[in-house]
Design a protein around this ligand. Structure first.
Ligand code: NDP
Ligand code: 2IT
Length: 444
């Protein structure tokens, strides 16, 4: 059996019932085959692949908290410190009822390669809990966040592990967590990113993932003789990534005609009204039915459906495995020519292959959504030097980073004989830097 197949079998055997983790490992290892085969002897001897697929440390803990009626609840919480070869662990905290260890491991594993692609000194980690912030009062969210941080604070720090937002964790949650960390540890340091602007947050971090997605998409189109201007874009999700992807796409002259949430989706042929979307989602924390009710041109549909809308470009920005083979077929049939992932692993492997085989430009999340974590690393730099950069400065650094990421993966794909395969390019470019750092640091 080849080294890649051996390691993949080991992962499946040692990590039962973690399908998302298996899927993420499979996608990475498959596209590394040519690199691994060229270095097989050295990698095998050092068990490099076994080490890279095994987290350095996994923390599992309970989070008890009291609701507004005095009832106690208990949630499961996780922090997976996956790989620190190139910097302190860095990655978000997901708060969603679907969270389990396998999902956090898939996200942490992806984060290793994503963070490497940014070119900045950050290792890979991820955490979260099956707590659902939806429908909870601010007080209840605070109670959860404080209890969560009462345990997590022991394992994190500005130079060891720096968490941030993800699904369900936004500015409100980061604020409560930061306050509790500071209170318990007694240090004012950049231990979390995505902080508010009044206490050490970076300008443009809120916008960074969505804006970065569009900067990369624009570059990918440009290098393939296409332009984003006047194109029709479909977006899924209506959270942090989707909102700012929508805003930047419109600034670049495209028309975004859909957004979605976990209950339904909106089709707005006149183009999504971003100010209204922000009011509904960021201020009122309401459902998309409220967007449709306030906007004449919008239609609301229950369930799933954005991928059936005719478009040029599709940007999945909600969650994992939300774009399936049948969706890929619908996109191709409707003339879609580019897909870039704002979410982590939103496209299944068979859907990705179908898109690639049908000539669709496809950029995987670990490259396309790296602008969020890259800007988090810029927030860490600003915190360390106790300075704040202007919006324009951060935004221009973000744009440069995204353009560089695209060229790195494009070059890696070409170098290994897979021109245009940006999945392979991203995995190879991300992996090589981490592998080199791990090799240089010995068996740790
Ligand atoms: P938010 O919580 O702000 O928004 C998530 C959006 O996705 C909401 O519209 C939500 O709908 C929808 N969604 C979540 N889970 C599901 C589900 N199971 N089925 C259908 N819809 C769902 O999260 P973000 O925008 O921050 O994150 C979106 C994606 O982007 C995630 O994959 C995340 O890992 C990734 N990402 C985020 C980064 C960041 O900086 N925030 C950086 C890089 C990647 P509803 O409100 O109904 O739940
Ligand atoms: O998936 C991701 O890259 C994030 N949720 C952002 C992580 C971060 O540390 O900013």
């Amino acid at each position: 059996m080849s080294y890649v197949d051996e390691v993949y079998s080991m992962v499946v055997e040692k990590n039962p019932a973690q399908p998302e983790f298996h899927q993420a490992v499979k996608e990475v290892l498959e596209s590394l085959r040519v690199v691994i085969e060229a270095n097989e002897e050295a990698y095998r001897k050092d068990a490099l692949l076994e080490r890279i697929v095994t987290p350095e440390r996994q923390l599992l803990f309970r989070v008890p908290w009291v609701d507004d009626n005095g009832q106690v609840h208990v949630n499961n919480a996780f922090r997976v410190q996956f790989n620190s070869a190139i910097g302190p662990y860095k990655g978000g905290l997901r708060l969603h009822p679907s969270v389990n260890l396998g999902i956090i491991k898939f996200l942490g594993f992806e984060q290793i390669f994503k963070n490497s692609l940014t070119g900045l000194p950050i290792g890979g980690g991820k955490g979260g809990s099956d707590f659902d912030p939806k429908g909870k009062s601010d007080r209840e969210v605070m109670a959860f966040c404080q209890s969560f941080m009462t345990e997590l604070n022991k394992y994190i720090g500005a130079d060891t592990d720096v968490p941030a937002g993800d699904i369900g964790t936004g500015a409100r949650e980061i604020g409560y967590m930061f306050g509790q960390y500071k209170r318990i540890r007694g240090v004012y340091e950049g231990v979390l990113t995505g902080k508010g602007l009044s206490y050490g947050g970076s300008l443009a971090r809120t916008e960074a993932t969505g804006y970065g997605l569009l900067y990369l998409t624009e570059e990918m189109l440009k290098c393939n003789g296409k332009d984003i201007k006047d194109k029709t874009v479909v977006i899924s999700g209506s959270g942090n990534v989707a909102i700012y992807a929508c805003q930047k796409a419109q600034q670049l002259g495209a028309k975004v005609v859909t957004v979605s949430d976990s209950t339904g989706w909106v089709y707005d042929p006149e183009g999504i009204d971003v100010a209204l979307l922000k009011e509904v989602k960021e201020v009122k924390r309401a459902r998309l039915t409220e967007y449709a009710a306030a906007r004449k041109s919008a239609e609301y549909h229950e369930g799933k459906g954005v991928w059936t809308v005719k478009c040029d470009i599709a940007l999945p920005c909600a969650t994992q495995n939300e774009l399936l083979l049948e969706d890929a077929k619908a996109l191709v049939a409707n003339g879609c020519f580019a897909v870039a992932e704002g979410a982590n692993m939103p496209t299944t492997m068979d859907a990705t292959e179908y898109l690639q085989q049908n000539g669709v430009l496809f950029c995987p999340g670990k490259a396309a959504n790296a602008g969020g974590v890259a800007t988090s690393a810029l927030e860490m730099s600003q915190n360390s030097e106790r300075l704040s950069w202007s919006f324009e400065e951060v935004d221009s650094k973000l744009k440069n980073i995204m353009v560089n990421i695209f060229h790195n993966l494009d070059d890696a794909a070409k170098k290994y004989g897979m021109e245009g395969n940006y999945v392979a390019g991203a995995n190879i470019a991300g992996f090589l830097k981490v592998a080199e750092a791990m090799t240089a640091q010995g068996i740790v």
